[in-house]
Design a protein around this ligand. Structure first.
Ligand SMILES: *Cc1c(COP(=O)(O)O)cnc(C)c1O
Length: 421
């Protein structure tokens, strides 16, 4: 459920009419609903209760500082995968003890940043990283709390570009080698082992792969404890999928996911951490675009929007589907037409949908892409020198621009011409 509904035939974000935002901000833009973000966060805290737990929002799905502040103020932790994301979490007022640092390629500089600024734990993904982290921690007089990310060799049955838990993926250490790696971790002076981490992929639409992975983590917990490690925290990753169409998809609910967690690891006496991104942010955002032209081609008609693949790359990168709806609702039983929905970028890949049935639309109309809150704005670029798409946050009847569209002067001033040219 989200808070983007038609009222009197006009699409609203909570209590704000989307055309009012478009008039103030111009198109294209992203708009997020505070009520939806809040609701999704609470679905997880409720699903995990009464287990001791922390829900760490995966910042990479939607990293605007205003959104992080909203979630942080609710008590959310943050899962960061770079020093830049760490800085965003801190800028949003989230204390270090609620920030988890994931990622396969943490640099020593990023380790220093997190150790000095405060960190809940590092999720370490390799032995070289473990040794580097120990060295950095010792040099600063700290001991780094860590989990090791294990790769359980489970097929997440999701898109190949976002599956991370198979042995051929770059992530984590093979679970079969865990004893060896934990023994080394325990021997390093700058490291304190506190738990185990696993994350098998994104947009999972079944619970079964989670179940396989978490059962392996439960076994590993018992084994590592018998080997003398104080395993007291389990980071179970993110990845729960969302419905991208209104009709035929029913991914598992957070309550069922929570029940699965309790069933598989709930009796181990561990604090449980999860790192959801998409399920919190995905259906909390729209991308709103204007229609530039309707172009009649041979055997197909193109809807040319002022949003493009640089603003929302998921369709061209993953072949992803987004529902596209008119901002002014078509009257019931009005005719539909099949459009190829495209942007102005000079690539055939700049196609959002092919042969999509939509109510008849005309130049100047507004359309909205649903489920665009996750991996939307964060993946945007300025390809074709199209200004980075702005972001708007709505709460009740308030709305505010939380990232401005840059001016062309700002864009051009970032380039410098060397004196010797
Ligand atoms: C991407 C990622 C997540 C979030 O995945 P979602 O599918 O957005 O829930 C969580 N943890 C790690 C380590 C990730 O890389």
């Amino acid at each position: 459920m989200d808070h983007f509904l038609y009222r009197n035939g006009i699409l609203h974000a909570e209590d704000v009419a989307v055309p009012d935002i478009a008039a103030a901000v111009g198109t294209p833009f992203y708009v997020y609903s505070a009520a939806t973000l809040t609701r999704h966060y609470h679905l997880f805290t409720e699903a995990l209760s009464p287990l001791p737990h922390m829900v760490c929002f995966a910042i990479k799905s939607l990293s605007n500082v205003a959104v992080l502040k909203l979630l942080g103020d609710l008590g959310a932790g943050m899962d960061v995968v770079s020093g830049g994301e760490y800085r965003r979490a801190r800028a949003a007022g989230v204390p270090g003890e609620r920030i988890v640092f994931s990622g396969v390629g943490k640099t020593r500089e990023e380790m220093r940043l997190a150790l000095t600024g405060g960190i809940r734990q590092f999720n370490v993904e390799s032995e070289p990283e473990l040794r580097a982290l120990s060295e950095v921690a010792v040099s600063l007089g700290f001991v780094a709390p860590i989990t090791v990310r294990v790769n359980p060799d489970v097929d997440a049955r999701t898109h190949e570009k976002i599956a991370t838990g198979k042995k051929e993926n770059k992530f984590g250490i093979p679970i079969a080698r865990a004893s060896e790696v934990y023994a080394e971790a325990a021997s390093l002076p700058g490291i304190e082992v506190i738990g185990i981490d696993v994350h098998i992929g994104s947009q999972l639409t079944e619970l079964e792969p989670f179940e396989q992975a978490y059962l392996k983590v439960a076994d590993l917990t018992r084994r590592l404890r018998s080997e003398g490690h104080d395993i007291r925290r389990l980071d179970l990753g993110g990845g729960l999928g969302i419905p991208y169409t209104r009709s035929n998809e029913a991914p598992p609910l957070p309550t069922d996911y929570g029940a699965l967690i309790k069933r598989t690891v709930g009796d181990l006496g561990c604090e449980v951490e999860i790192e959801p991104g998409r399920l919190i942010s995905g259906n909390a955002g729209l991308l709103v675009a204007g229609v530039i032209y309707v172009k009649n081609g041979e055997g197909r008609d193109f809807l040319i929007l002022d949003a493009a693949m640089n603003d929302l790359v998921r369709p061209s990168m993953y072949g992803a589907h987004h529902d596209i709806v008119p901002v002014v609702e078509a009257p019931a039983a009005s005719p539909t037409h099949a459009y190829d929905v495209v942007g102005p970028v000079c690539e055939t890949g700049d196609t959002f949908a092919k042969g999509r049935d939509l109510p008849l639309v005309a130049e100047g109309d507004l359309v909205a892409f649903r489920s665009a809150g996750a991996y939307g704005a964060v993946m945007a670029s300025e390809y074709n020198t199209r200004p980075l798409v702005p972001e708007v946050l709505v709460k009740g009847d308030h709305f505010a621009v939380i990232r401005e569209r840059p001016s062309f002067d700002e864009i051009l001033n970032r380039d410098t011409i060397p004196a010797w040219l």
